[in-house]
Structures are given as structure tokens and as C-alpha cells.
Design a protein around this ligand. Structure first.
Ligand code: KPL
Length: 295
């Protein structure tokens, strides 16, 4: 069945999903608060090099009859992007961004169905072209008020559009894993303005080990089903470093182009959570402060 999807956040990941929904003939509305509407014509360069373009519909107000709301803004934009519409939203809301904690800033009530998601797809936005740079997978899970059937329906819809999409019983676990990966790769590549692959160099290893040690003190207390040891977490992070060796992390790019970073929702998030549990998290705090001190 064809659905009406509203996408808030028109960066590379939001537009990647928009193209794929459109290819499966779903109706897409891109909700924006920008005075100057972005160009309707948006190109997609697929992983196999094929290109096509779509004329998207932008709207400054929330349409009626929406089946799903996909929020792909940066973590720090979620509150301002969603809050004006929260009173009228009935459809499930998916939050898909790097970092954690944006949902804590929303004034949610019993009627809001919220799903949290994480993805490993790589995409780059250059002018009006989204380049799908790396195939990945997406994991979704209930945050509040979705029945198991609603979650299955949502997974089936997304999986039919940009597979694979899986559900996780405790979405906290994949979110914390992505957070741990971002806590290491993003600030180090941003501060050193290097590609992810550079983090294999010997000079980074002791700092990476310290960051991971602190993460391992806190994350298992936040998520009792956490299966990683310091060694297996490092191996996992290093696999991402190698798989994305030629890429500049999102934070390295944000710093290069002097855009706001997601550091408050990455290392900042884990430092705040750690402090609640009585941990100092010196290394993560140093990175958080160093990134914020750049501007
Ligand atoms: O998520 C990423 C990012 O750049 O934000 C990683 C996994 C580090 C890939 O670059």
C-alpha cells in the first residue's frame, strides 16, 4: 500500500530515503522551515553509479493524512524541527541521526508513537546531488507507544524501500554501539582534520584505548544487554575505520565548513550520562571541550 511520508531534515540521509521512497511510489513531502525553499529538483547517484532525479514537494506546514514522519535533521535540530508540530502529529515519528539524547528534549505525551533508528548507509550531498557512497543497514526500535505489530509494519515498509532494515528489541543497544563508534572516530578526525582511515596510525592508539575504557565503564550500566568488551568494541570501531577509511567523518566536515557539530549529543551525551553514574570521563570530556573550543 502506498504511504504518505513526511521527511524533516534534508541532508544526505533524509534525501537518500526520500529518493528510495519515491522510487517505490510512496508520496513524499519534505517539511521545511526555510524561508527560501531548496531546489525541488534533486539528483541521486546510486551506489552502482546510475543517476536519476526527482522533483520533490516542499511544505512549510504539516500535511494532513500522514502515515509516517521521518526526522533526519542533526541531533541538535530535532527539538526545533518537531516541537511546532507535536500537537497535531498522530503518525509514528522516527528519529534517525548520529548521537543520542535528542528525544529527551521533546515534550511527548501518551499519543506520540516514537521510534529510534540508526543507519550505517553512507551518503554525501553535493549541490543538488545525493551520492550514495556506502551500502549499509538500518535498525529501528520502539522508544514509546508502538505495538509490536506497528513496529513490524514500519520495518516492512522501510525494508521494502532501502533494505536491509531490522528491528531491535532494545534499540538502546545499537544506538549505544553507534554512539561509541562516533565518540572515537568523529572528534579525533575532526580535531586532526583527517580521513577516518588515519585513525589506524600508532599515534592514535593510546588515546583510542582511553576513550574506549571510559565508554566501557558507563555503557554496560546504561544497557545491561551490552555484549562488548574493550577489545571487541575496539575491533568493531576499527572495522568501521577501515571500511570508511577514505571518508571524512560528518564531524570532520562540520568543523571544516564551520558548521555546528553533534558533539553535545555524542561525547557530550556519554559524559553527562557517566557523570550521573559518578564517572568523571576525562578523555571524552576533553574531546567534547576541544571541539566546542574550535569556534
Ligand atoms: O557515522 C559516521 C560519521 O561520519 O558521522 C562514521 C561511522 C564515523 C562514518 O564516517
Amino acid at each position: 500500500m502506498k504511504k504518505h511520508i513526511v521527511i524533516i531534515g534534508h541532508g544526505a540521509i533524509g534525501l537518500l530515503w526520500a529518493h528510495h521512497f519515491h522510487q517505490r511510489s510512496h508520496q513524499i513531502t519534505l517539511l521545511t522551515h526555510r524561508e527560501l525553499l531548496p531546489n525541488k529538483k534533486q539528483y541521486l547517484k546510486n551506489i552502482d553509479g546510475d543517476s536519476n532525479h526527482i522533483e520533490f514537494t516542499f511544505s512549510k506546514t504539516m500535511p494532513q493524512d500522514v502515515d509516517l514522519i521521518l526526522v533526519t535533521t542533526k541531533a541538535y535540530q530535532v527539538k526545533d524541527a518537531l516541537s511546532p508540530w507535536l500537537n497535531e502529529i498522530k503518525a509514528p515519528i522516527i528519529l534517525l541521526h548520529n548521537g543520542m539524547g535528542s528525544v529527551d528534549h521533546l515534550t511527548l505525551n501518551e499519543t506520540h508513537k516514537v521510534i529510534l533508528a540508526t543507519t550505517t548507509h553512507g551518503a554525501l550531498l553535493k549541490d543538488n546531488t545525493i551520492i550514495h557512497t556506502g551500502l549499509g543497514q538500518t535498525v529501528i526500535g520502539n522508544y514509546q507507544h508502538n505495538t509490536p505489530q506497528q513496529l513490524i509494519d514500519c520495518q516492512a515498509l522501510l525494508d521494502g524501500v532501502l533494505p536491509p532494515v531490522k528491528t531491535h528489541l532494545s534499540i538502546q543497544q545499537p544506538l549505544l554501539l553507534k554512539l561509541a563508534i562516533n565518540c572515537v572516530i568523529n572528534p579525533l578526525t575532526a580535531l586532526n582534520q583527517c580521513q577516518n582511515g588515519k585513525l589506524q596510525a600508532i599515534e592514535f592508539q593510546s588515546q583510542i584505548d582511553l576513550i574506549i575504557k571510559e565508554l566501557q565503564q558507563v555503557i554496560p550500566l546504561l544497557e545491561p544487554t551490552w555484549i562488548y568488551t574493550a577489545e571487541t568494541l575496539k575491533e568493531t570501531i576499527m572495522r568501521v575505520v577501515i571500511a570508511t577509511a577514505d571518508n571524512y567523518s560528518s564531524m570532520a566536515q562540520d568543523v571544516k565548513f564551520k558548521r555546528e557539530t553533534e558533539i553535545d549529543f555524542i561525547n557530550g551525551y556519554i559524559v553527562r550520562e557517566g557523570q550521573k553514574l559518578g564517572f568523571e570521563m576525562i578523555e571524552n570530556k576533553k574531546l567534547w571541550n576541544s571541539i566546542n573550543a574550535l569556534y
